[in-house]
Ligand binder design. Structure first.
Ligand SMILES: C[S@@+](CC[C@H](N)C(=O)[O-])C[C@H]1O[C@@H](n2cnc3c(N)ncnc32)[C@H](O)[C@@H]1O
Length: 416
């Protein structure tokens, strides 16, 4: 096995993060540079040093390189509406004198800042104390988070009244005011490391959004098992709107509130499989199960999981299924493909079209918006199978996405 692949597997062992196959070459090149800069005789020696000391400074640099910190304030705003209109009032009504929220995998602080803005508003004029803990495995991201300074892009979803009231603006940077900032603390926590000990537990609300998607199913289950221990008995767990805990925990169950799913402890059923979890998100998430059902890779495995290795083949399967109007399979394949290579804008566009076809126009809109973001960033990647007279080109996709968003918002179906 090459040293680059050993490094990729070591990253998974330490952080849970499964890097897509296409990252192998880039990671190898990067690691070769690091090994040379640090005076190691070769890549193997560099990887060995990392293996020997999972707490070294080099890991800090490596984790910053391999983690995806895509986030923004008020990402998935419907979840924050649910927090402010349903969950916080319920926690206050329960007689609580203090509320603790944990944002696990908080990137550069966008999520804890949003939670703090919402809590500050909801709890103003009450005597309820509150705090928000933001944690991440990436120490560099946390350093940024502590500054509470955000780009224009990061705040693009912040409602204008909050932007005016809760930020100071200078040089195109939006800084959260200290009155809100002082409620937020940050800490470095690797969610896959056991035992998982988090100061301030139990939490009334935990946000674990868009973190598990990078893990294999075994790691997902382990993390969820550890996290559910840290949730107050009547607490709430948010995961990303396109994620599911299906088959991951018999302890938590999905509950729909204001059109979004939150997870809560299932009463009297602590542990034990086969409890018939209610999770209406089933059909949307089978593809993730399929990817993560692959056995965990070990550093002695020579071949990567063939499914996980080929986003193009998955997109091809998706396209075949779509042509046969088998949208369920198409959705599964497109999502699996995008899991591996999120910036395949043609695949994302097709995913949006399939979601529309099955009546999920709100989710379709989110995909179309994501396509526009990818194109705007200039990070879009193309697949040959979508090049040809039968397919719209880049510009046509952009126009079609804009039009689909416009007509979708007229239908006003934000969450499906
Ligand atoms: C895509 S961001 C999600 C940010 C935010 N939760 C949101 O939904 O906008 C994923 C974050 O998970 C963090 N992460 C990945 N593996 C982790 C681990 N093992 N422990 C803690 N955080 C991890 C990454 O560093 C990154 O900041």
């Amino acid at each position: 096995m090459t040293s680059g692949r050993k490094l990729m597997l070591l990253v998974e062992r330490i952080s849970g993060i499964v890097l897509p196959e296409r990252e192998l070459q880039r990671l190898t090149n990067w690691a070769l540079d690091r090994a040379a800069a640090r005076g190691f005789k070769d890549l193997n020696a560099y990887v060995d040093a990392l293996r020997r000391d999972p707490d070294s400074d080099e890991w800090r640099i490596l984790l910053s390189r391999v983690t995806v910190k895509e986030s923004s304030l008020f990402r998935a705003p419907q979840q924050f509406r649910c927090l402010s209109e349903s969950i916080i009032p319920e926690l206050v009504a329960s007689g609580r004198k203090s509320i603790q929220v944990w944002s696990a995998g908080c990137a550069r602080g966008e999520e804890p800042a949003t939670v703090a803005i919402v809590l500050a508003e909801c709890l103003a004029g009450t005597d309820v104390q509150w705090s928000v803990l933001g944690t991440d495995v990436d120490a560099d991201a946390l350093e940024g988070a502590r500054q509470a300074r955000f780009s224009r892009r990061a705040v693009r979803r912040v409602p204008p009244e909050h932007l005016d009231r809760d930020f100071t603006i200078g040089g195109g940077i939006y800084e959260l005011i200290s009155g809100i900032r002082r409620h937020i603390e940050f800490g470095s926590i690797n969610l896959v490391r056991e035992p998982l000990e988090v100061p301030g537990q139990p939490f009334d609300v935990i946000f674990l959004r868009n973190v598990l998607i990078y893990f294999r199913k075994e790691s997902q289950a382990r993390v969820v098992r550890n996290i559910e221990q840290l949730l107050a008995p009547d607490g709430f767990l948010f995961i990303g709107p396109s994620e599911s805990l299906m088959h991951l925990t018999p302890v938590l169950q999905a509950e729909e509130r204001q059109g979004v799913f939150v997870y809560r402890r299932r009463e009297g059923q602590e542990g034990g499989a086969g409890t018939g979890l209610k999770d209406d998100k089933t059909s949307e998430f089978e593809e993730r199960d399929r990817i993560s059902k692959a056995p965990p890779r070990t550093e002695t495995d020579d071949e990567p999981d063939p499914v996980a290795a080929d986003p193009g083949a998955l997109a091809f399967e998706g396209q075949r299924a779509e042509r046969k109007h088998d949208f369920r399979t198409a959705l599964r394949c497109y999502r699996a493909s995008l899991y591996l290579q999120p910036d395949l804008y043609q695949v994302r566009y097709r995913l949006g079209r399939c979601l529309e076809a099955v009546g999920w126009s709100g989710r379709a809109g989110a995909e179309f918006r994501a396509v526009l973001e990818i194109l705007e960033r200039g990070s879009g990647e193309t697949l040959e199978i979508f090049d040809g007279p039968d397919f719209p080109g880049r510009d046509a996709i952009e126009v079609e996405c804009r039009e689909a968003i416009r007509s979708g918002s007229r239908k006003n179906n934000p969450q499906d």
